[in-house]
Design a protein around this ligand. Structure first.
Ligand SMILES: *Cc1c(COP(=O)(O)O)cnc(C)c1O
Length: 228
């Protein structure tokens, strides 16, 4: 059976190849290992293979695993799922990054609820890049106001943007979606010094995302196997 370490190596090789093909000078792409629904034993295995950044989507489940892995002091937890108001305090208390902030109300709660003894919370704005009814994320026209709110919040650091594009198997269509997010990212970057993260690309569209300047891909299935 193929190990987590081997799957991670395959994912990093795939990223390296996509970077090479993108011809973007000095492009660096981080890998977020998306461990939602997977047990802490598998996360520990990935950590032991050198992986440090992990993504979770369900607050309750994540908080339990974060506690089980609290001995891993340099592990970095990213929250990537929809945030309900009544769960924001737990997100603010336990995560290093939140990639799914899509409204001012949630940004305000995370800022107010971030524990004083913790470093500032790193925040990405989630954008509903293809205007899909069913998806979370703010519209492109709402990004400016939300960015300004986050950038002026004492306990938050605005790091960039994240999106989950419309499902497509066409490289062209995937690139078209990602290009829209890249434009948004570049505009923010020209306004705020803290912006450095363009989070886009999942197991089925890593190449398209990296070709459009992604700095962080989020991979679950290819590392931990399919979810039920
Ligand atoms: C589940 C999830 C991923 C990982 O998706 P895979 O297709 O398993 O690689 C990435 N990003 C977000 C926001 C997710 O919810």
């Amino acid at each position: 059976m193929i190990t987590i370490a081997e799957r991670l190596k395959i994912a990093y090789d795939r990223i390296a190849k996509a970077i090479k093909n993108s011809h973007i000078l000095g492009q660096k792409v981080a890998l977020l290992a998306v461990s939602k629904t997977k047990p802490s034993t598998l996360i520990r295995e990935a950590y032991q293979a050198g992986q440090r950044q992990f993504g979770e989507s369900y607050v309750q489940e994540a908080v339990g695993k974060i506690a089980e892995l609290s001995d891993l002091s340099d592990i970095e937890w990213h929250f990537i799922g929809p945030i309900q108001s009544n769960k924001s305090a737990q997100v603010a208390a336990h995560f290093d990054w939140v990639q799914s902030v899509d409204r001012i109300k949630i940004a305000r709660r995370l800022n107010d609820q971030r524990p004083a003894e913790r470093a500032k919370l790193n925040v990405l704005i989630q954008v509903n890049i293809d205007d899909e009814q069913s998806k979370s994320g703010c519209s492109l026209s709402e990004v400016d106001a939300l960015a300004q709110y986050i950038a002026t919040s004492d306990n938050l650091v605005l790091r960039g943007v994240m999106a989950i594009p419309k499902k497509s198997d066409s490289l062209n269509e995937q690139q078209h979606s990602f290009a829209k997010l890249q434009t948004c990212f570049n505009q923010l970057k020209s306004q705020y010094d803290s912006i450095d993260t363009l989070s886009m690309g999942m197991s089925n569209d890593v190449e398209a995302a990296i070709s459009q300047g992604s700095t962080m891909v989020r991979i679950g299935t290819d590392i931990f196997g399919p979810r039920n």
